[in-house]
Design a protein around this ligand. Structure first.
Ligand SMILES: *Cc1c(COP(=O)(O)O)cnc(C)c1O
Length: 456
């Protein structure tokens, strides 16, 4: 064997050892951020003209840098929207990288795209969107929302009257920040329907009545949320669908976080009306146990997405000719060159079966309900609202915002848990409250009790 090959084998073994060790750890060390100067002084210069060698670089990563990250899959990481990728999906993420598949066009990526599409068929089936609905995997919910907005806006601009109009979107105050942010990207205005709970059909129809005729002309999409990121609140999707159909407005459902719950037969009725959407965002990297990054955008009519996104270019034509025999993911979202990021989800689904996914999602909902009951029985805390999907908002009686902050930092510093406070708006006033978001099915009742005990 050449020297170089021995090095490669050693590095491969080191990497595999690390990976196996990491994915079998059920509660990996909860790291913490360090200042950039501190990290630099700990690792020194890593990019040099001669290279520092793989062993050294990997050691620095294992001994220093990984410790300055927070493992999102820790069973007591209940902040933001955590994640809990399956081991199968993580291992297949490695396989995806090793296979060097270009996921833009069928011509090059057919076998990989086939797998992604099998997983996509399952996602579409969960939504109940009718044929010929289909979708593609994106880098995340933000890219999925943007891809949908571009499609909707281009469709609206087919009417030549709208060519010179600035586009307008209506969504609710509970919508994710990416909606406003992506509206900036496409230079659209946003009107927010103020609500402290879900956006009802009545609220939306009142907002429509308040539009000037010119604003009404500019309105091209309504964005409803299928599970707000903060509290798991689902808008009245069915009522909003009816209005969108009557008014001939694109209906987008942002279910980046909540969409995973569609896998649960018990939760599915909460999303009634989602099957009437023109487009739906679901993030498998949130509640469908995929590693980062993996979002998805689903369209009721994929042809409209193709009209909006298909890229032209002399060097691309060859892909199109050959690719015409198959499905080209690049035609349906904003990205050209892309990883076949749906592949880890496909492998994990194929290995475990969809029943296992239903169980794991249902587990998140049950953990939220269990936490709700434990909170009700505990005199020092109280629920702010009933648990919704896998989110629980609750207050520690008598606590100020500083108390919540100190509690979060202490638990994190102690390597015990990462649970962050959030703001909840009620009767016009914002209150700092505590929040759980459950994703990891391995979180236990004693984890929940221990976190509540840390509030004493
Ligand atoms: C997380 C989230 C997003 C953004 O998704 P990314 O994958 O972080 O880009 C959008 N909408 C909702 C409702 C979300 O929860």
């Amino acid at each position: 064997m050449h020297n170089i090959d021995i090095q490669l084998v050693e590095m491969t073994l080191d990497v595999m050892k690390y990976v196996i060790n990491r994915i079998t750890k059920t509660a990996p060390e909860l790291g913490q951020p360090k200042k950039e100067e501190e990290l630099r002084s700990l690792v020194g210069e890593t990019i040099t003209s001669a290279g520092i060698g793989g062993e050294k670089a990997f050691d620095l990563f294992k001994d220093v840098l990984i410790k300055a990250t927070v493992p999102i899959d820790h069973p007591r990481h209940l902040a933001f929207v955590p994640a809990s990728p399956t081991r199968a999906a993580i291992m297949f993420d490695l396989v995806t990288s090793a296979s060097s598949i270009h996921g833009a066009y069928w011509m090059e990526g057919a076998g990989g795209i086939f797998c992604e599409n099998e997983a996509m068929k399952w996602l579409v089936s969960l939504t109940g969107l009718p044929e010929p609905a289909f979708g593609v995997f994106t880098s995340g919910g933000t890219a999925a929302n943007l891809s949908a907005m571009v499609t909707a806006r281009e469709n609206w601009r087919k009417n030549k009257d709208n060519l010179n109009e600035k586009a307008l979107i209506i969504t609710s105050s509970g919508a994710h920040s990416s909606i406003k942010s992506m509206a900036k990207v496409i230079d659209a205005d946003v009107i927010l329907v103020e609500t402290e709970d879900s956006m009802s059909a009545e609220m939306l129809s009142n907002a429509l009545k308040e539009l000037t005729p010119h604003q009404r002309k500019r309105l091209f999409a309504i964005v409803a949320t299928g599970g707000t990121t903060n509290a798991g609140i689902i808008d009245d999707l069915d009522g909003i669908a009816t209005i969108c159909e009557q008014e001939n407005i694109w209906f987008h459902v942002d279910a980046a976080y909540g969409g995973g719950a569609l896998a649960s037969k018990l939760a599915r009725p909460l999303f009634k009306g989602i099957e009437r959407a023109n487009s739906i965002t679901i993030d498998p990297h949130k509640w469908l146990f995929s590693p980062y990054d993996c979002g998805a955008i689903l369209y009721k009519n994929p042809e409209l997405a193709k009209e909006a996104h298909s890229q032209e270019g002399s060097y691309l034509d060859i892909f199109k000719d050959e690719g015409a025999h198959g499905f080209n993911p690049s035609d349906y979202q904003i990205q050209l060159t892309r990883r076949v990021r749906g592949l880890p989800l496909w492998f994990s689904l194929a290995m475990h079966g969809t029943d296992k996914y239903e169980w794991a999602v249902q587990q998140g909902i049950e953990l939220a309900n269990l936490a709700g009951r434990i909170i009700q029985d505990n005199p020092i805390v109280e629920l702010v609202r009933e648990p919704s999907l896998s989110c629980v908002l609750y207050r520690r009686k008598g606590w100020s915002p500083d108390d919540y902050r100190n509690w979060t930092y202490k638990n994190h510093r102690d390597g015990f848990a990462l649970v962050t406070p959030t703001k909840w708006k009620h009767q016009g006033a914002y209150e700092t409250v505590a929040r759980f978001c459950f994703i990891n099915p391995d979180t236990t009742e004693s984890d929940i009790r221990a976190i509540l005990d840390s509030m004493k």
